[in-house]
Every structure is written in structure tokens, then in C-alpha cells.
Design a protein around this ligand. Structure first.
Ligand SMILES: [Zn+2]
Length: 112
């Protein structure tokens, strides 16, 4: 377990924090930098410091926990199905088919 000396951005105190009390957070796809998170031992503030890619690599190799976050994938609320768009012509075709007698038997033969 490594101990890392840091300067708190909230109270400016020099703190030494063990690697297991630190966390590095990076965004997937933006690997040029990351954030170092820890709780200051003097002011108890949760401190977030921007760190560059080299610092991220050094911290992770020193045993600091690593958290990679990606942007959330927001799906369409109605989950539209794949395939061609259902058009007005499709509605007219359906109406024509349903107006004929025996449409149900015709549908069954198409499915089997
Ligand atoms: Zn502090």
C-alpha cells in the first residue's frame, strides 16, 4: 500500500493519504485526463482534483482504485422495432385484406 502526498484544494493542508483511500475516475473515450477523489483528513471535504493521463497511470500503478465511466445510453422510451416504417399504404393494404372473407385462414397459411 502506497502513501501519496496531496494538497487539499479546500483547506490547502498537506495531507498524506494511503492509496486505498483514493479513487481515480476517468471518462471512457476521454483518456487525456481524469479526476482524483479523496476525503481530506483535516477539513473532511471530499476533494476532486483534475489529473493528467500520466498521473492517472502512476496512481493506478500505485494501487489506487480505478473507475471508468461511460456516458449513459438512453434508449427510445417506446423502443421502436427494427424494420421498415409502417406507412399509410400498409394500413390500406391491411384494410383491404381484412375486408375479404377468409382473411384469417389466409394469414394462417402464410405463417406456416
Ligand atoms: Zn482539506
Amino acid at each position: 500500500m502506497s502513501r501519496i502526498a496531496l494538497t487539499c484544494t479546500a483547506c490547502a493542508a498537506e495531507v498524506t493519504v494511503s492509496s486505498r483511500h483514493l479513487m481515480v475516475r476517468v471518462d471512457v473515450g476521454h483518456s487525456e485526463s481524469g479526476e482524483l477523489l479523496y476525503t481530506c483528513l483535516f477539513c473532511a471535504a471530499t476533494v476532486v482534483q483534475q489529473v493528467d493521463a500520466a498521473s492517472v497511470a502512476a496512481l493506478v500503478s500505485a494501487g489506487v482504485s480505478y473507475l471508468a465511466l461511460s456516458e449513459p445510453i438512453v434508449g427510445h422510451p417506446e423502443c421502436p422495432p427494427c424494420g421498415p416504417v409502417f406507412t399509410h399504404d400498409d394500413v390500406l393494404d391491411l384494410h383491404t385484406r381484412l375486408a375479404r372473407t377468409g382473411w384469417f385462414d389466409e394469414m394462417l397459411t402464410r405463417l406456416t
